[in-house]
Ligand binder design. Structure first.
Ligand code: PMP
Length: 457
């Protein structure tokens, strides 16, 4: 058993990691890829217990829209503490909750006039559970349609509508009645068609599937999707596909749940990713940035779906006042500074930089995403391409790139099938100078990883 010195005698990352392995379960995942212990953080920078500084392009998996310890966030917490407001209120209201609710609704389509809010237990997954349950209650139906590559969380219902098989296969008896349909993919069209033809065929298939009286599948209680899949490898749904899904679900009175847990609040250059398609979801799942660093999850849904009985979806921690204060501070900062415009512009610049790198490194197969939600798919171009010109993914190299980025003091995540998509989710407050550093560090790490994995100079 590793020795357990008391915490004040510990100085190194390695010592903390040894103790963490002793204290915590084998479920630990980030510490295996990012092996350090954090001492402090400010803006886009994290300092470990050994004094090393890292550029953080993971930002709490997209949660920290304003970066670490933004002055407005810290001030909002101090204001609550000074005000004497209770920190925990179940679902009872307070002046702060009242103001936050009104302000949050103003971000939704039609200023939120058609929507109401359900404060959930403080994780994205719980808000997904609420959405699924409400759709079933409101329609009296049981099936749910989801999409390949989708990610909606780790609880039984949310996991059932998630694409990734690896965590699913180990758990029997997930929520039944889920049908998966193929989600568009710019680089790896699931129908093997590619381009506009692929998108058109996927759209046609969705419509057929819903209206075909011989499809074998009863009309669903809901369709759930991300407008840009995050964990699934940063796949943006084409606008035409999203619009058609909306038209078909409306025509068949099927509630459309759009999961904006990762994409919400300016991340993609829009307040919500669905805005790009000009559509109105029936339900919008929000978490991560809406809590401005602290745990909060909220489901917004059209008033006509509000058939819940009182207490139909409860949760003790629905009333976290500090999270509402930090959420409010975040929303105000994003709106007052028109951050979505900056994010859009920076995202385009960043993709250009990666395209330049792509010209030098044939292991970059595809660069995609919107705003500051960017994915870089790592491929093995020494293998034959498929009929669409796409090369096999290279999981080993992608993992090594993440390791080398960490060694070059750049924190980022991987996602997508077999973890072959490098994912960037920096704070939305990141400066152009910091983005430059990101590109430099990434370029160095890419070179280092190629040398290690392929022995290439
Ligand atoms: N939906 C999406 C789109 C997500 O990205 C996530 C988390 N990465 C979730 C749901 C689940 O959120 P949580 O981990 O807070 O339960």
């Amino acid at each position: 058993m590793p020795s357990l010195k008391s915490a004040d005698a510990i100085e190194s990352n390695a010592q903390y990691l040894t103790r963490q392995a002793r204290f915590e379960s084998s479920v630990r995942s980030y510490p295996r890829k990012l092996p350090f212990a954090i001492a402090s953080a400010k803006g886009c920078w994290i300092t470990d217990v050994e004094g090393n500084q890292y550029l953080d392009c993971l930002a709490g998996a997209g949660t920290l829209a304003l970066g670490h310890n933004h002055p407005d966030i810290v001030q909002s917490i101090q204001d609550v503490l000074a005000s004497g407001l209770p920190l925990h209120t179940l679902d009872l209201t307070t002046p702060l909750k009242d103001a936050f609710s009104e302000y949050l609704l103003s971000f939704l389509p039609n200023d939120g006039n058609d929507y109401c809010l359900q404060f959930c237990g403080p994780t994205g997954a719980d808000a997904v559970e609420a959405a699924l349950k409400l759709a079933k209650t409101a329609t009296g139906r049981s099936n749910v349609i989801s999409f390949s590559g989708g990610y909606h969380g780790m609880t039984h219902g949310a996991l059932a509508v998630t694409g990734n098989l690896s965590p699913k296969q180990q758990v029997q008896g997930l929520m039944p009645g889920v049908q998966f349909l193929p989600y568009p993919h710019e680089y790896r069209c699931p129908l093997g068609l590619g381009g506009e033809a692929g998108i058109h065929a996927l759209t046609y298939y969705f419509e057929q599937f819903i209206s075909d009286v011989e499809s074998g599948v009863c009309k669903p209680a809901a369709v759930i999707l991300e407008a840009i899949q995050g964990e699934g490898g940063v796949n943006a749904a084409p606008v035409s596909w999203l619009r058609r899904i909306r038209e078909v679900t409306l025509a068949h009175k099927i509630p459309l749940i759009i999961d904006e847990v990762q994409t919400g609040f300016a991340r993609t250059g829009h307040m919500f990713a669905f805005e790009q398609a000009g559509i109105e979801p029936d339900m919008i799942v929000m978490s991560k940035a809406v809590g401005g660093s602290l745990p909060l999850a909220i489901l917004a849904y059209k008033r006509e779906l509000d058939v819940w009985q009182p207490a139909a979806h409860t949760g003790t921690f629905r009333g976290n006042q500090l999270a509402m204060a930090t959420g409010m501070a975040t929303l105000k900062y994003l709106k007052n500074n028109k951050i979505h415009l900056k994010v859009k512009q920076q995202g385009e610049w960043l993709k250009d930089q990666f395209r330049t790198l792509q010209n030098q490194h044939d292991c970059i197969g595809h660069i995609r995403g919107r705003g500051l939600m960017i994915g870089i798919e790592i491929i093995d171009a020494s293998q034959p391409a498929d009929h669409l010109g796409s090369y096999p993914a290279d999981p080993e190299l992608a993992a090594e790139i993440q390791t080398c980025c960490f060694e070059n003091a750049l924190i980022l995540e991987r996602g997508g099938r077999h973890g072959t998509v490098i994912r960037l989710l920096p704070p939305l407050t990141i400066t152009d100078n910091e983005l430059n550093q990101l590109v430099q560090r990434f370029g160095t790490a890419l070179q280092d990883a190629k040398v290690r994995v392929r022995g290439l100079k």
